[in-house]
Design a protein around this ligand. Structure first.
Ligand SMILES: C[S@@+](CC[C@H](N)C(=O)[O-])C[C@H]1O[C@@H](n2cnc3c(N)ncnc32)[C@H](O)[C@@H]1O
Length: 229
């Protein structure tokens, strides 16, 4: 029996720059001058806020084939679905967000900021792409981030997708890839992670868990760092 959040699709939920800093444990000032890619960026405001703060971020997601109004129409219902479902679950720590209502404020701020920037900057900043294939050149970015797609949606995305995605993310990245979280919505370590770490076809890569001090989904206080050995 499931104890955590049960979703039958990948939802359109967006986080803010502040949340990305906590998930991936970075200080934006330390990333100045780096070419950063956010994959599965969806309606997150990370790209918009980070560029406004002087960073160089490109976002990539399948939904960027859609006009802003179509994306906007999905944001409210997906947010209502998740907020209705997480209430009372034992798989979340509420010390940071306090209540579902307070969490709603973060998510609404994220998608509204995203939508404004998406309408203004379009394809220059927001590129359509779906893992395990990315529309970028080899080594185009210094750092690539993936938040709340791989591992979390283990039930919907199989091992082959994860493996091909890690190889593709590393193809377009010069330095390192960071993936968050490494647990599923059941708040258990993803089984795909163990297989990736043991897969001989990924033997040229280091896959290391890096601890952080942020934990909403239980067990999500680390990210996976992938680098070339
Ligand atoms: C829960 S949202 C996460 C958004 C953002 N990364 C964040 O943490 O705020 C998941 C996103 O993954 C996107 N997505 C679904 N399948 C994908 C795939 N195969 N490759 C890349 N993105 C995908 C969805 O369109 C959606 O925007």
């Amino acid at each position: 029996m499931k104890h955590g959040l049960v979703l039958d699709k990948v939802v359109l939920l967006g986080r803010t720059l502040d949340e990305y800093c906590r998930y991936f444990d970075f200080d934006p000032d330390g990333l100045r001058g780096e070419a950063i890619l956010d994959v599965a960026s969806g309606v997150s405001s990370f790209c918009a806020e980070a560029n406004r703060a002087g960073l160089q971020v490109t976002a990539c997601d399948p939904i960027y084939e859609l006009p802003a109004d179509d994306i906007r129409r999905r944001c409210g219902p997906d947010l209502d679905l998740v907020l209705g479902a997480v209430r009372g679950l034992k798989t979340y720590h509420w010390d940071f967000y306090r209540t579902p209502e307070h969490l709603r404020g973060f998510r609404e701020r994220a998608y509204r900021t995203f939508l404004d920037d998406y309408q203004e900057r379009g394809a220059e900043r927001y590129r359509t792409g779906r893992l395990p294939t990315l529309p970028f050149a080899d080594g185009q970015f210094d750092l690539t981030l993936v938040s709340y797609l791989l591992f979390a949606y283990e039930d919907q995305l199989d091992y082959e997708l994860h493996k091909r995605s890690v190889l593709e993310l590393m193809r377009v990245t010069r330095k390192e890839v960071r993936i968050y979280p490494t647990v599923t919505f059941e708040a258990v370590r993803s089984g795909h992670l163990d297989r990736l770490q043991e897969d001989p076809e990924l033997g040229h890569l280091g896959l290391e868990l890096v601890s952080t001090d942020f934990e909403f989904l239980v067990g999500s206080n680390n990210y996976l760092r992938v680098y070339r050995r």
